[in-house]
Ligand binder design. Structure first.
Ligand code: HEC
Ligand code: HEC
Ligand code: HEC
Length: 115
């Protein structure tokens, strides 16, 4: 798996460069992703690239791959998953959702949609 990373990074940089050069609509962003639920999660969380990427100034590197793997595995069942213990330490979604850079973790319904 490890040798795939440079190629992914090149693809990512190419996407960002293309978008910056054309200043037109971005190439298709990944589809919204319903994150797998853990423990007593109060409801599904859907991550939306569309709501996190400014098309005029796309900053993919704000998250990839320091905060989230480009392989899309951080929130999957095959990796450690997204947990509040990590978020409260300023990792994963908590890298921004700390009440300063973005809304904090106390408004559950901001992210969790109750069934
Ligand atoms: C605010 C953080 C954030 C930003 C900014 C961001 N992503 Fe992501 N990206 C995520 C998350 C969260 C996932 C879900 C992956 C996971 O569980 O690790 C993901 C997954 C992906 C995946 C894997 C495919 C998938 O559907 O899971 C690709 C490819 C990707 N992002 C590309 C991009 C590109 C290109 C940009 C810039 C235009 C971008 N991302 C900007 C957070 C971000
Ligand atoms: C690079 C910083 C960053 C990261 C990392 C990040 N967000 Fe956000 N997010 C923002 C900003 C900025 C906003 C818009 C302002 C606000 O809601 O505070 C936002 C808005 C949102 C919203 C409201 C808009 C919408 O999508 O409906 C949700 C829900 C959300 N984020 C969920 C998440 C989840 C879940 C994760 C982790 C998988 C995550 N965010 C990671 C910066 C980030
Ligand atoms: C910034 C987005 C965000 C906010 C706000 C948020 N969560 Fe979460 N939470 C997540 C994500 C992403 C997951 C992982 C997916 C899942 O398990 O549903 C998660 C998982 C959980 C889990 C199960 C895993 C764990 O870490 O224990 C619980 C319990 C939970 N959240 C409770 C809450 C409560 C209670 C609140 C409000 C006080 C809250 N969450 C606010 C994003 C958020």
């Amino acid at each position: 798996m490890r040798e795939r990373r440079p190629r992914l990074l090149v693809t990512l940089l190419a996407l960002a460069a293309t978008a910056a050069l054309t200043a037109g609509p971005l190439p298709k962003l990944p589809a919204d992703r319903v994150l797998p639920q853990w423990g007593d999660s109060p409801g599904q969380v859907t991550f939306s690239h569309r709501n996190h990427v400014d098309e005029a100034a796309p900053d993919c590197l704000a998250c990839h791959s320091g905060v989230f793997s480009l392989l899309g595995r951080t929130g999957s069942r095959t990796d450690s998953g997204i947990r509040h213990a990590a978020m409260e330490r300023g990792r994963q979604c908590g890298a921004c959702h700390d009440g300063t850079r973005a809304s904090g973790l106390e408004d559950c319904a901001h992210c969790h949609v109750e069934k």
